[in-house]
Design a binder for this molecule. Structure first.
Ligand code: RP5
Length: 158
């Protein structure tokens, strides 16, 4: 089943993670959105990650900012692919989030995207790309989406 989990460390992350949700809506892919904080709700994190596979998720998109332990902790508890989105924080424009998520110890991979909106959108596209490996219809939709994007780029600046 093609179901994705979009999780985030705080309500304040939703304005960034909504871009991923919007893209999944465009592709008519099912997803759940959940606030799970590595620090404020660690038991919720454990419950979610331990049961994610049996709850039919295929990919987990995890957005977090600052001391951004959510994607890595979830990755430590599941074999599902975890895509990390660094949230643009007030301190250092999200460089803290990026380094927290990307610098995983060997053995616990998190696919880390760009900081903020671009990362959120690309996490959704990457999740779709993973799902499309076993879904020819979805693969066709992704090819169409990419072709449309290519044709929308003007050759000459206005
Ligand atoms: C992180 O702390 C969250 O992912 C969020 O980006 C950051 C700030 O959270 P709030 O103080 O806005 O709830 O855990």
């Amino acid at each position: 089943m093609n179901k994705i989990a979009i999780i985030m460390g705080s309500q304040s992350d939703w304005k960034t993670m909504q871009f991923a949700a919007d893209l999944l809506d465009d592709f008519e892919i099912k997803y759940d959105k959940l606030i799970i904080s590595a620090h404020r709700t660690p038991e919720r994190l454990y419950e979610f990650a331990k049961n994610a596979k049996q709850n039919s998720y295929s990919v987990i998109i995890a957005g977090a900012g600052g001391s951004a332990h959510l994607p890595g902790m979830v990755a430590s508890l599941t074999t599902l692919p975890v895509l990390g989105v660094p949230i643009e924080s007030n301190f250092s424009n999200g460089l803290d989030s990026l380094l927290s998520i990307v610098q995983m110890p060997k053995g616990i991979p998190v696919g880390t995207l760009a900081v903020g909106k671009a990362g959120s959108i690309n996490a959704a596209l990457l999740a779709i790309s993973i799902l499309s490996l076993n879904d020819p219809t979805l693969h066709k939709s992704l090819v169409d989406w990419k072709n449309k994007q290519t044709s929308s780029v003007d050759k000459i600046p206005k």
